[in-house]
Design a protein. Structure first.
Length: 252
């Protein structure tokens, strides 16, 4: 009888340990873009920060996962994603860089953060139409899908820049007619850069696109599925993070 009681007690303790332990806890490398795209996401002083970091950390804590964020140039991220150098990539979208995916099957999460990619111009030319834009700046590796036809025809020349601050300064100094980028990020950056606050604005009459940032993986689609389940259960938490950080500024 004593033996059965002890054995039953051990079994109960073991069951409690299993229930309390995180399911499928893993060490995961998340590939992120080596740019400052605050307040949505960004690498600042070597640390990945922003709304995306808070959301991914909350997911990891809930599942017991340990995340390591690896910042890389945009094009390098796709190479690492394709060949398993990273477990997850954020942000991503099924529409981005199809030529760089090399035929790999990529799992994409449900939308995480909504955004508008649009054209930022000097405020004094805010009312001008697409025909006034002859040069368009963007961050290296990004594709201005909304300007596709005018870029293909040669009516607009695309100029890439590795620095978001420099890109906005080029608009301000008329080196480019506009910058195509995330509206929330551009407005946030312009507000914090000396000489730019109040001088640049989003031109809603110019080509723009609304979409969502997603988590992706080639190597670990099961983690993406787990993340989707977590998103569904924690919609209020995610919305609070987005509202507090201003990650969807300009969307609504």
């Amino acid at each position: 009888m004593w033996f059965r009681s002890v054995r039953g007690g051990i079994a109960a303790v073991a069951l409690l340990c299993l229930v309390g332990a995180p399911a499928r806890a893993r060490d995961l490398v998340v590939g992120v873009e080596a740019i400052d795209y605050s307040p949505v996401y960004g690498v600042i002083d070597g640390q990945f920060k922003g709304a995306a970091r808070e959301i991914l950390d909350a997911f990891a804590n809930a599942g017991g996962h340990r995340l390591t964020f690896q910042a890389l140039p945009v094009k390098r991220l796709y190479a690492e994603l394709n060949h398993g150098g990273i477990d997850l990539k954020f942000p991503d979208s099924p529409d981005w860089q199809p030529a760089l995916r090399q035929g790999r099957t990529t799992a994409f999460s449900k939308p995480v953060i909504h955004y508008i990619d649009g054209t930022i111009v000097r405020r004094e030319v805010l009312s001008q139409g697409p025909e006034a834009i002859h040069s368009l700046g963007t961050i290296a590796g990004f594709t201005p899908f909304a300007w596709g036809e005018r870029l293909k025809s040669g009516a607009v020349e695309l100029k890439e820049n590795s620095s978001f601050e420099q890109l906005l300064r080029q608009v301000h100094t008329k080196r480019v007619d506009g910058a195509y980028c995330n509206v929330a990020v551009a407005l946030n950056a312009a507000d914090s850069i000396s000489g730019l606050a109040g001088n640049l604005a989003f031109a809603p009459n110019l080509p723009h696109a609304a979409d969502s940032y997603r988590l992706s993986s080639v190597k670990a689609p099961e983690i993406v599925a787990e993340f989707d389940e977590w998103l569904g259960k924690n919609a209020r938490l995610v919305a609070e993070i987005i509202a507090r950080t201003g990650a969807e500024r300009g969307v609504r």
